[in-house]
Design a protein around this ligand. Structure first.
Ligand code: BGC
Length: 719
């Protein structure tokens, strides 16, 4: 039994000591928490809270998500854990798992995907990897923090089902499966209530429903009212110190405005975190090995969007024009709290020059020089992308900078073997310039080893296997979020509801430039017939996949589920399983995928819980959300769902329920058959009264449903 803390100690423990440390109250040590997520940003000197000590800058989430490989995420988590131990960091502030609702989101580079399933699966492994090293994760930003515009105040106004199925689902998965030590609440409000003061979110959903037992920490500066926040379930306010807030808490306990148990519980949770962190043994790490891992992940994150005429991979002896400053000065991460000081930095120009004869021009301001080089070389590699993505501001366009577009177009006009290599933290438009080039390599922001990884893919040392975790639209105006972003007067309405990302493009049958899940390889794959079997655990899908080319490669096999005839509105297709499988040239692999039953559930807004609907589930299997090669169906037994019948339930609803139908039938049969009984008995007229709430029938002449009879009927129906 732990000794009780004084109220003053409790209050002190629930706010930070400074930017990155907990308060050493009541004899407890202080622990270090720091960003996160794709490296360890440990503040290097006391006057600069931004610059960190050197640490491996792994690829940001925009890239790691494109690997579609949970295994890589786990290994990256482990490596981050080792670096935390080397720097005495107890909690790493990540992963960031907000949904990419809009491609303009300023922090999209820090987030995984426009799909909650993909996000949840990958983030779960990241957390498992990190925490296997005795270092805690901080799952952030809880919740619905999908834009930077007015991020500290904006209210994300989202309907209940969309919240559960889209914006909370990945959080639920990671919390229940990986048990992160901490969860970081977001800055914004959700349906009018600040996340930091949202009891429904922090206590009812996170703790009571999902069983979260760790610490809820605020985002830095997210707490407007400490007393309200602690009452809602927030444990640790960061940064600190916050002596005024500490006093306010003690006073609120003293004068009865705050339940003393709420403060005590919050402090006990912080204490438990500090004690848990103390079990961590210090360790060193191998910077070269981590750089190699960063390179491996980056190579696997690159998405080959287009490769006509087999321009790629590059062939030995080809002369290369390397054009664009990004080849020499790489963009490898975004701005803001996640910015890492890398242990070293690879650039593509140097990496390419190790394997080929290259000539370089910086390109954007001296286009003529670049065009001249391009005309004189076998292949022109044009490095372009977005210039800046940062926390704190959304983007205002999806277009490449005008100078970059001009460079592409003018180079392509003189060299038919022009390859565009993109560096960007979130999607950029590829039209109209893509028509002019035979090959496009989506290189995202790839971390400190990205330059070498790009060379690995261009030369074919790595056979590209990355897949899009976000749709590339033809135009921004096509995007489902377009009409409701970024909101106004403190509110942003999530008007597209469930139809986030590819779900919205599919529902409206819109053309896209490159669909969610898409990515080419230097080899080709063929799918056989899929088979699906319903099991107690969900659905098992099996599909034979053959590597029909002459190179070993990896295929990301994706399963999208539809429920034709569903009783609720659904997106046409939803990702429910995927497998990342290496397949040797000429080989066939039987790929087995498991869809967990809980992933089939929708959120029922009448019952306020998850429900698996019974019926035929179509499992379309393919290599992207729009390249579906084979479909199998499985008959799934639904959850036993019974809504209570009330006077407000309609005649049709009563008849749809076996017990209700029997009782109602009996009530009318025993009545003197008046006009109402006849309407109900006649199949031709039942639909006329089907929408009538049963209680309204009492007033109809000849109705046997007096108030007493109705009450009895309801009691019997639900009894
Ligand atoms: C960011 C968090 C970050 C924190 C600490 C905030 O501005 O939103 O993601 O962990 O700062 O740097």
């Amino acid at each position: 039994m732990e000794p009780d803390l004084t109220v003053a100690d409790q209050a002190a423990l629930t706010s930070g000591n400074d930017f990155w440390h907990t308060t050493p109250a009541a004899g407890l040590p202080s622990i270090t928490v720091t960003d996160g997520p794709h490296g360890v940003r440990l503040q290097a000197n006391e006057h600069d809270v931004v610059t960190g000590r050197p640490a491996t800058c792994f690829p940001p989430a925009v890239a790691t998500a494109s690997t579609w490989d949970p295994d890589l995420l786990r290994r990256m988590g482990e490596a981050l854990g080792d670096e935390c131990r080397a720097m005495d960091v107890a909690v790493l502030l990540g992963p960031g798992i907000n949904l990419k609702r809009t491609p303009l989101g300023g922090r999209n580079f820090e987030y995984f995907a426009e799909d909650p399933f993909l996000t949840g699966v990958l983030a779960t492994e990241w957390v498992r990897g990190l925490q296997s090293r005795g270092v805690g994760a901080s799952l952030k930003h809880f919740a619905v923090n999908s834009q930077e515009t007015d991020r500290m105040r904006i209210s994300a106004d989202v309907d209940e089902r969309t919240l559960r199925e889209m914006y909370l689902r990945a959080f639920q998965r990671v919390v229940t499966q990986a048990r992160p030590w901490t969860v970081m609440c977001s800055y914004n409000r959700i349906n009018g209530v600040y996340a930091s003061q949202n009891r429904w979110l922090l206590t009812e959903v996170l703790r009571d429903e999902w069983g979260f037992g760790g610490v809820v920490v605020s985002d830095w500066g997210a707490v407007a009212d400490r007393v309200a926040a602690v009452a809602a379930g927030l444990d640790l306010t960061m940064p600190g110190p916050d002596e005024t807030g500490d006093r306010a808490l003690a006073e609120a306990v003293a004068d009865g405005r705050l339940d003393p148990a709420a403060l005590r519980t919050a402090a006990d949770r912080v204490r438990a975190l500090v004690e848990r962190a103390a079990e961590r043994e210090p360790a060193g790490y191998d910077a070269d090995a981590h750089h190699a891992l960063a390179r491996e992940i980056a190579g696997r994150a690159i998405v080959l969007l287009k490769n006509e005429g087999g321009v790629l991979p590059l062939r030995e002896g080809q002369s290369l024009a390397v054009l664009g400053e990004f080849a020499r000065t790489p963009r490898y991460q975004g701005g803001g709290s996640s910015q890492i000081t890398p242990t070293r930095l690879d650039d593509a120009l140097t990496a390419l020059a190790e394997s080929a004869s290259v000539r370089f021009a910086p390109g954007y301001d001296d286009v003529d020089e670049a065009v001249a080089l391009a005309a004189d070389c076998d292949v022109a590699l044009v490095f372009v992308g977005s210039e800046h993505e940062t926390e704190g501001a959304d983007r205002d366009s999806l277009d490449l900078p005008a100078a970059h577009r001009e460079l592409i177009e003018r180079v392509a006009a003189v060299n038919p073997r022009t390859v565009v290599v993109l560096s960007n933290g979130a999607v950029v438009l590829t039209r109209p310039w893509e028509a002019a080039v035979p090959a496009i390599v989506e290189g995202w922001l790839l971390g400190q080893a990205g330059g070498s990884a790009i060379a690995d893919v261009l030369f074919g040392r790595v056979n590209p296997a990355g897949r899009l975790a976000e749709t590339i639209p033809v135009r921004l105006a096509d995007h489902p979020s377009y009409l409701d972003f970024p909101g106004e007067n403190g509110h942003v309405r999530y008007g597209e509801g469930l139809h986030v990302g590819y779900r919205g493009f599919d529902a409206r049958e819109l053309e896209v430039a490159y669909p969610f899940g898409f990515g080419l390889s230097y080899t080709t794959f063929e799918y056989g017939q899929a088979r699906a079997t319903a099991t107690d655990a969900g659905i098992e899908v099996r599909v034979p996949v053959t590597n029909t080319g002459d190179r070993d490669g990896r295929e990301v096999v994706q399963v999208y589920v539809s429920v034709p005839g569903s009783g609720v509105r659904r997106a046409p297709r939803e990702l429910k399983a995927f497998a990342n499988v290496p397949i040797a040239a000429g080989e066939t692999t039987e790929v087995v995928l498991h869809i967990a039953r809980e992933d089939l559930a929708y959120w029922d807004t009448r019952l306020h819980r998850w429900v698996v609907e019974g019926g035929e589930y179509h499992c379309a299997v393919g290599s992207s959300s729009r390249h579906l090669h084979t479909t199998a169906t499985a008959e799934v037994t639904g959850d036993d769902v019974r809504l209570p019948l009330t006077g407000e339930s309609t005649v049709a609803e009563w008849f749809a329920d076996p017990r209700g139908a029997e009782l109602l039938g009996r009530a009318f049969a025993s009545a003197d058959s008046g006009p109402i009984a006849r309407l109900i008995a006649d199949p031709g007229t039942i639909s006329l009264v089907g929408s009538l709430p049963l209680s309204r029938m009492s007033a109809f002449p000849g109705s046997p449903l007096t108030a007493d009879a109705l009450a009895k009927l309801i009691a019997e129906a639900n009894g």
